[in-house]
Design a protein around this ligand. Structure first.
Ligand SMILES: Cc1ncc(COP(=O)(O)O)c(C=O)c1O
Length: 464
């Protein structure tokens, strides 16, 4: 059977111009192991993007496999309204041990965008039910990405995804967020924080930076704080914007501002959670808690679609009353709290703890960042190498001194992607930003190999 041909007969792939598949048909993957994916001809691809940032502990991890297999023999799914099961309760108990303080009520869904939708609705309804019907709007940062459903797309700020849909999106208040590579204040933070006792959180390595850009948030809150229900942020790392990194101090300041204006702070930790930034959650760097946190992706190690919007007792209490008062949160997803997903998620937390995964990943991250800088900084088209945890991004530019981007019509990142696939590495550049966001278990020899391939391909495509 010609699987590629059959695929193209039926399948409309996500986030793809299907015409591109004429020259690069879909690669038919048969199995995975660790960071390796194998196609039906046995060719190996090193998955250094964690299959859309969700694979946390390697493909086909034996411990997660066993947890799901064991669960499937007793219960595959049950309606989650008025029913529960041990895996869901156990998962919440385990998450309580690692979550930022104050987060204690768990509302389940089945993908990241759904958790974002749920958080927005929850915040809006909270204010409606606590005497602030005027709080109907949401704030979000420029270049944000929160998913593709209408609400999530509305708070997103990446034109590639949302521009066309603007006529049908919510009227969101957009704040010009941090832009540390092209900082208008001339500061320079590339993603290494130091503990700063004075600030009581991590602060940027550019000591002169005090998040001057935060004044944009202050101005927006002054103007619109009274009518705003919540602000949503991707903490520290704006992934889809090109792995843009900003300092924890920004979150700390935002927490204070939100408290002042009675605005909820929603942490979209869908991409940053679970050790991706070097700590369990990106908010941990700032030493403050959000009012609502969205989790997905790494939550099940990339095994099962699941997400959770986790919130505080205070928000939960605003919905708690006699049924006829109509205060319940009437939101549901069929697969909410799916037991198979919960069993995978429990196994993930156990592995993280038993094997001390995040600490070990942080040690290897130093090496990864070092070799990436050594290899890419000498290239004249490398604008910047930025990193956080094991995530490293190389922004390719036309002119390093002016930071002028490459001509986007050349699709340089896409050409590098195609070349790297030929050589057995799965990169998926965001525009002309090449990045690595590997499973946390990646080892040094794989780091050497994937960075060599990425470098070779970059040089070939840019004729360097
Ligand atoms: C920060 C962030 N929020 C939300 C989402 C949406 O999650 P999903 O694709 O599961 O809907 C993503 C997905 O990439 C994301 O990175």
């Amino acid at each position: 059977m010609d699987w590629q041909k059959e695929d193209l007969k039926y399948i409309w792939h996500p986030c793809s111009q299907m015409k591109d598949y004429e020259t690069l048909p879909p690669i038919v993957i048969e199995r995975g192991e660790g960071i390796n994916l194998y196609d039906i001809n046995g060719k190996c691809y090193k998955d250094v993007i964690s299959s859309w940032w969700c694979n946390l502990l390697g493909h086909s991890n034996p411990i997660i496999n066993n947890a799901v297999k064991k669960q499937i023999d007793s219960l595959e799914h049950v309606i989650f309204a008025n029913f529960t099961h041990k895996p869901a309760v156990t998962l919440c108990q385990e998450l309580m041990k690692v979550l930022p303080e104050g987060l204690c009520k768990f509302n389940f869904a089945d993908n990241g965008s759904a958790a974002v939708e749920m958080s927005l609705k929850m915040s809006f309804q909270y204010h409606q039910q606590t005497g602030h019907p005027e709080k109907k709007r949401f704030m979000a940062l420029s270049d944000a990405y929160h998913g593709e459903t209408i609400g999530a797309l509305s708070v997103g700020g990446v034109d590639l995804y949302s521009e066309l849909y603007k006529p049908i999106l919510l009227d969101v208040i957009r704040i010009d967020g941090p832009d540390c590579y092209r900082c208008p204040y001339g500061k320079h933070c590339t993603g290494h924080w130091e503990q700063d006792d004075e600030l009581n959180c991590s602060s940027p390595q550019d000591k002169s930076c005090r998040c001057e850009c935060f004044k944009n948030a202050e101005e927006a809150f002054q103007k619109y704080g009274a009518e705003t229900a919540a602000i949503i942020v991707e903490p520290l790392l704006q992934g889809s914007a090109g792995m843009k990194i900003y300092p924890p101090l920004y979150l700390k300041k935002l927490r204070e501002l939100c408290d002042k204006y009675n605005v909820h702070l929603i942490a979209d930790e869908i991409a940053t959670g679970y050790g991706r930034t070097g700590k369990m959650f990106a908010f941990d760097h700032a030493g403050v808690s959000p009012d609502i946190m969205c989790l997905s992706k790494g939550l099940t190690g990339g095994y099962m679609p699941m997400s959770i919007a986790i919130t505080t007792q205070e928000i939960y209490d605003a919905f708690y009353d006699d049924y006829l008062k109509g205060k319940a949160f009437m939101h549901s997803h069929t697969y909410a709290g799916n037991p198979l997903a919960c069993s995978a998620a429990i196994a993930v937390l156990k592995i993280l703890k038993d094997e001390n995964i995040i600490e070990k990943a942080n040690r290897r991250a130093v090496y990864f960042n070092k070799i990436i800088k050594e290899k890419f900084l000498p290239l004249e088209n490398t604008g910047e190498v930025r990193s956080i945890g094991l995530i490293n991004a190389i922004e390719l530019v036309k002119d390093r001194s002016t930071k002028e981007p490459l001509d986007y019509t050349k699709r340089t990142g896409y050409q590098i992607y195609k070349k790297a696939l030929e050589k057995g590495v799965l990169l998926r550049p965001l525009g002309d930003v090449i990045y690595f966001n590997p499973p946390l278990i990646i080892k040094e020899d794989d780091m050497d190999f994937v960075t060599d391939v990425a470098l070779e391909c970059t040089k070939e495509i840019l004729h360097l």
